[in-house]
Design a protein around this ligand. Structure first.
Ligand code: UT7
Length: 327
């Protein structure tokens, strides 16, 4: 059969570490309150890794869940893309470490670094590899241990982030062109504006300080730009797929702040019941937040096969983007 190659999401999985860090506990060591955190961000708790857990451990657990959901095993996978800003080591790529832990023996594995937008970047990259015909079955993983980048004396950042991982299995399918009626990745849109690197960055790195550094953010400056940039990306992705934003069944946004999610939803006219929110329990897990939210809504039965799902994210870079999938 000759036709288009489409990347179909065959399954998804998520994993968060056991340890729950509540707002009340954070308020015992920095000058903050549960009320401030909840009212400004919507976050009530987040998960944090134990001393012996790393980003690859979280990624492996999410990947195993996604593979089980998709009904694929290690021999089927020929591409692993990990979105992370908290790699186990400077090198090799966390994707290579995960490849070994999953006993995947063929294909390619590499990391994508676009911070909170990382999952949208990784999904877009995998979609392009599959559509090119070079690879057939990809694991796309967002995995983060953001707790390791926190300055736990800085109340403006340490209350915001959490640890976790989510993953999807994407498989290439060749079929006649169907105008987006069948399942698959329908449109993706990525943007970066490097003018704003100083608004959100980590003040360390291998070639500068030779240490890991801590996350620094001018939160209100990022917030000011977030709603417009995210809304634009969603509109472009919808337009490319020739659908109206109001036609989407589910909106699965990056989970940085409930106020940003709600403002984007209002601006785009998305029904509140279609918005998937996990920020209250996960905080901002950077590249892991979209697949974790997707997994939450798939496993509780909200998102079903054939539903139109719009994902979006914005973060350090500044980088942002959107991906529209018929699940
Ligand atoms: O995922 C990557 C993208 N990141 C984001 O999208 C995050 C975007 N930014 C945000 O979510 C919000 O800007 C924050 C939640 C970080 C902050 O909310 P805000 O409404 O923008 O507050 P603000 O930064 O303007 O600060 C207001 C006040 C300040 O005090 P003064 O200067 O008015 O006296 C802060 O010092 O709140 C103070 N403050 C806190 N107070 C209690 C900042 N952090 C805290 C805290 N507890 N944890």
């Amino acid at each position: 059969m000759s036709g288009d190659i489409v990347s179909v999401v065959e399954g998804c999985g998520g994993y968060v570490p056991d340890r729950i860090l509540t707002n009340a506990e954070i308020a015992t060591f920095v000058d903050t309150t549960d009320d401030w955190i909840q009212s400004r961000t919507g976050i009530s708790e987040r998960r944090v890794v134990s001393d012996d857990e790393s980003t690859s451990d979280l990624g492996v657990r999410a990947a195993q869940a996604a593979m089980a959901d998709a009904g694929v095993d290690a021999d089927d996978i020929d591409l692993i893309i990990v979105a992370t800003t908290t790699p186990d080591l400077t090198f090799p790529a966390t994707a290579a470490i995960i490849q070994r832990k999953l006993a995947v023996a063929r294909g390619a594995a590499f990391d994508v670094q676009a911070v909170c937008s990382g999952f949208v970047y990784a999904l877009t990259t995998a979609d392009m590899f599959l559509k090119s015909g070079s690879h057939q079955c990809a694991l796309v993983i967002g995995a983060e241990t953001m707790s390791r980048l926190m300055d736990w004396n800085d109340r403006t950042t340490c209350v915001l982030f959490g640890d976790g991982a989510g993953a999807v299995v994407l498989r290439a399918e060749e079929r006649p062109h169907t105008n987006g009626a069948d399942r698959g990745v329908l449109a993706t849109h990525l943007r970066t504006d490097g003018q704003f690197t100083e608004l959100l960055f980590v003040d360390g790195g291998a070639s500068s300080t030779q240490d890991t550094g801590f996350l620094r953010m001018q939160g209100n400056q990022v917030f000011r730009r977030a709603v417009d940039l995210i809304s634009d990306a969603v509109r472009v992705a919808a337009n490319d797929a020739q659908i109206a934003v109001t036609d989407i069944d589910w909106f699965v946004p990056h989970q940085a702040n409930k106020r940003i999610i709600d403002a984007v939803g209002r601006k785009l006219g998305i029904r509140a019941e279609s918005v998937v929110e996990t920020v209250a329990h996960h905080g901002n897990t950077s590249a892991a937040s979209i697949p974790l939210a997707l997994h939450a809504a798939v496993s509780d039965g909200r998102i079903k096969r054939g539903d139109l799902v719009m994902m979006e994210a914005m973060g350090g870079g500044l980088s942002w983007g959107a991906a529209l999938v018929r699940y």
